[in-house]
Design a protein around this ligand. Structure first.
Ligand SMILES: C=C1C[C@]23C[C@@]1(O)CC[C@H]2[C@@]12CC[C@H](O)[C@@](C)(C(=O)O1)[C@H]2[C@@H]3C(=O)O
Ligand SMILES: O=C(O)CCC(=O)C(=O)O
Ligand SMILES: [Fe+2]
Length: 343
């Protein structure tokens, strides 16, 4: 007999209520930069309020996202399959990961947005394109500001050392809209037969770290995001549509020589409400070399990682599963040759 765990089984995992760090960007700059550094060291995660991204810019993209996900499946599929850009449903990445999520992944390059928009909105592509470009410009500015505050807080003289990578015209940043339908509304052909049904239908986007530099995540007022700071303990992140949640990604962990932690996180579906999140994932150009600036490397903290390019790291990421850790493959002492055919 196949024992199907109850749909509430995930709630038996350890959950811990924690007051996560909140950064008020309108406060004193020196204080803000110290607070951000502390949050990135402790959690790799914090919330930003008074961030300066105009509400109408957020509302416009959110409306476009809602309109897109409300389209019939056949119309949404015109923007897919996710390869990895485009529309995807339930399959995440190329290695068999599944989740109760549908999503739209876009490169943030304006030309790419304009091209993709034609497959996303047949009737009015420029409306989608303008909403996405306006949002990208605003959140990229915020991400640069946060990265500069981080450099200041760590007393790095070149305060643009991190931000210049995502400001580069050739950056490989991504905008991703995720839609988690309410549980009952999920169409799932193999509900009765799949032994993983009870597990997977609660997990929207499984545990992972973001490979890029920095993620700015904003959602509607439906909760679901959780972060993990120690194995097996999950911290629920309260929804706040007026704020951005900031994740340290793998590249920032590498460039801070392990001082900042790339946060592991996941998103669960809500039983009765639809959740939509919009993630901006700031990434360097493909050819950019990733290494810690000299200030991050001292006789007491030698280089943890060997220099590598973002292209090499991205290739390794896509050769692995969602929940796999990857940065250890790039440790200075690691002899497994990451990027050159990781099993
Ligand atoms: C299974 C995968 C999906 C993912 C690439 C990966 O191989 C592992 C990381 C995943 C992730 C997480 C953050 C972003 O949402 C994303 C676009 C990314 O860059 O890395 C996704 C990838 C994806 O869904 O394509
Ligand atoms: O939807 C969420 O809250 C998380 C999304 C996420 O982790 C991602 O897009 O990488
Ligand atoms: Fe993520």
């Amino acid at each position: 007999m196949v024992v199907v765990p109850s749909p509430t089984q995930l709630s038996t995992e350890k959950l811990r209520a924690v007051d996560l760090p909140i950064v008020d960007l309108s406060a004193d700059r020196a204080e803000v930069s110290k607070l951000i550094v502390k949050a990135c060291e402790e959690y790799g995660f914090f919330k930003v309020i008074n961030h300066g991204v105009p509400e109408d810019i957020i509302v416009k993209l959110e409306q476009e996202g809602r309109d897109f996900f409300a389209l019939p499946v056949s119309e949404k599929q015109r923007a897919g399959p996710a390869n990895p850009l485009g529309y995807g449903c339930k399959s995440i990445g190329f290695n068999g990961d599944k989740g109760e999520v549908e999503y739209l992944t876009l490169n943030t390059n304006p030309l790419s947005i304009a091209q993709r928009s034609k497959t996303i909105s047949i009737n009015d592509p420029s409306k989608f394109s303008n909403a996405a470009s306006g949002y990208i410009e605003a959140v990229e500015g915020l991400a640069c500001e946060l990265l500069e505050l981080m450099a200041e807080g760590m007393l790095i003289p070149d305060t643009s050392v991190f931000s210049k990578l995502i400001r580069d015209v050739d950056n490989d940043s991504i905008l991703r809209l995720n839609h988690y339908p309410p549980l009952q509304a999920v169409e799932c052909k193999d509900w009765d037969t799949s032994p993983t049904y009870a597990d997977s239908h609660k997990v929207g986007f499984g545990e992972h770290s973001d490979p890029q530099i920095l993620t700015l995540l904003r959602s509607n007022d439906v909760g679901g995001l959780q972060i993990s700071v120690e194995n097996g303990v999950w911290i629920p992140v309260p929804p706040d549509p007026t704020a951005f949640w900031v994740n340290v990604g793998d590249m920032l962990q590498a460039m801070t020589n392990g001082r900042f932690v790339s946060v592991r996180h996941r998103a669960l579906t809500n039983v009765s409400k639809s959740r939509m999140s919009m993630a901006y994932l700031g990434a360097p150009p493909l050819h950019a070399w990733i290494s810690a600036p000299p200030e991050m490397v001292t006789p007491n903290s030698l280089s943890l990682y060997r220099p590598f390019t973002w292209a090499e790291y991205k290739k390794t990421t896509y050769s692995l599963s969602l929940g796999d850790t990857r940065l250890h493959l790039f440790r200075a002492s690691c002899t497994d040759h990451a990027g050159a055919g990781v099993a």
